[in-house]
Design a protein around this ligand. Structure first.
Ligand SMILES: Cc1ncc(COP(=O)(O)O)c(C=O)c1O
Length: 426
């Protein structure tokens, strides 16, 4: 396949951008070869700089639930661009997006009383944790092995995402003292949580979890485990934070909180709420938000936060998320999983709503350490095979695939057959 322009661009990128990329997993280190430089997107298809076209299962790592350049989102961005790109003052679009989110989210997640917008998921989580500490007056945070919550210092401990790909359990440049306030526990293990609460009496500010862990494989947890977290945090006056940067507005409008019927104290969002523009947000109970600046002593701010263009894109995106949207995209992802799981392969597909993940093994893993790491070389070959056949999946076997609404049954069947024929021919 011709990737000449991508190769040339990558060489140029290497001389001015560290590793040639602005986010590590894009460098293709775990699948080998040159990263593909994309030029345009249309619906569910991507076209690279050399003119190769792909069905896109990456979808910018999740935000593009309605595919590329949905006309409503483009129109909203164009309309706002005619007025202004940024103010640094309050603007109506922030109010409109916040009202839309809160009014609709509250129906299924009663704690969604307030939302503050930021520019990324990392910022949302970092700020939510500070707020949790400020509100409770406690210091420690419990997170789970394999859950990724962005790249802020205290959370780069046993995270997933690019770190799983690179095999780095931790990041250099993070003082040990920063991560000392972070307790890392295995998923799906109630007794280790009870022990941690016992050993850190009155000092656990919050438990944070990706309620649908999707950054280190797709480690779908039981409702019972999530309920256990809710009960335990209430018992110890700690907060429960659902990091819904991926699952929010994807598992359903109310995210995983609504799906499982469990109400966390704080939720963090990103990806979909920006409609493809850089946005994050954290939401939760008014009582907690009274502690946030300017009302309270917990500081948080942002030059471009609540950016009018991003807010308008987000609002247009969220208005597209009807029940019909969710049943269509979930059915397509289930169709992929059913086809692959019915093919009697050593590889299987885990799936929830419009998210799927290919893994090698009989049972879908529930914890990060159950993932078959030896299978990643095979995944690299699958990745190449998919690319050569016009399917763009994540360039790492630890990352999930996202279905978007412009996809058809024919599209996803073509993909499933491509995966099945690859494994059958080996
Ligand atoms: C669950 C979760 N939290 C936080 C983040 C960080 O978001 P961002 O990359 O926008 O900083 C991500 C990114 O993938 C994520 O999946």
């Amino acid at each position: 396949m011709n990737l000449k322009k991508s190769e040339d661009l990558f060489q140029r990128a290497l001389s001015v951008i560290p590793g040639g990329v602005n986010s590590p997993v894009r460098a293709f280190r775990s699948v080998g070869g040159t990263p593909v430089f994309m030029k345009s997107g249309d619906g569910c298809r991507l076209t690279d700089e050399d003119g190769n076209s792909y069905l896109d299962f990456c979808n910018s790592w999740g935000p593009l639930i309605s595919g590329h350049r949905h006309p409503d989102i483009i129109k909203a961005i164009q309309n706002q661009s005619e007025l202004a790109l940024s103010f640094g003052t309050p603007c109506e679009n922030e109010v409109l997006l916040a009202e839309y989110i809160i009014e609709n989210l509250k129906k299924s997640v009663p704690s969604a009383e307030k939302i503050r917008f930021v520019n990324s998921g990392t910022e949302a989580v970092m700020s939510a944790l500070r707020l949790a500490r400020g509100f409770t007056g406690k210091n420690k945070i419990i997170k789970f092995d394999g859950c990724y919550h962005g790249h802020s210092d205290s959370l780069l401990v046993k995270a997933g995402s690019g770190l799983a790909t690179l095999g780095t359990p931790d990041s250099a440049g993070v003082p040990a003292s920063y991560s000392q306030e972070t307790i890392v526990l295995p998923l799906n293990d109630p007794s280790s949580l009870e022990k941690a609460f016992e050993e850190n009496r009155n000092n656990i500010a919050a438990v944070i979890i990706e309620p649908v862990p999707a950054n280190n494989g797709l480690l779908i947890q039981s409702r019972d485990f999530l309920q256990f977290l809710r009960d335990l945090t209430l018992k110890h006056q700690s907060l429960l934070i659902f990091d819904e940067v991926i699952s929010g507005f994807r598992i359903g409008f109310g995210g995983a909180a609504a799906h499982y019927g469990i109400t966390p104290d704080l939720m963090t969002y990103g990806k979909i709420i920006g409609g493809g523009m850089p946005v994050g947000g954290f939401a939760g109970r008014s009582e907690i938000f009274q502690q946030l600046a300017p009302d309270g002593p917990v500081y948080q701010a942002g030059t471009l936060s609540g950016n009018p263009v991003a807010m308008s894109a987000g609002l247009a995106q969220l208005k597209l998320l009807t029940e019909a949207h969710y049943s269509q995209t979930s059915a397509l992802a289930a169709r992929i999983a059913d086809k692959i799981n019915g093919a009697n392969l050593e590889w299987k597909a885990a799936q929830i709503a419009s998210i799927f993940w290919l893994y090698k093994g009989k049972e879908a893993p529930l914890r990060a350490n159950q993932i078959n790491r030896d299978a990643m070389t095979e995944y690299a070959a699958l990745f190449r095979h998919c690319m050569e056949n016009g399917y763009y999946i994540a360039p790492s076997g630890y990352e999930v695939g996202f279905v978007s609404s412009p996809m058809t049954e024919k599209d996803v069947d073509g993909f499933s057959e491509c995966v099945i024929s690859f494994f059958q021919s080996r």
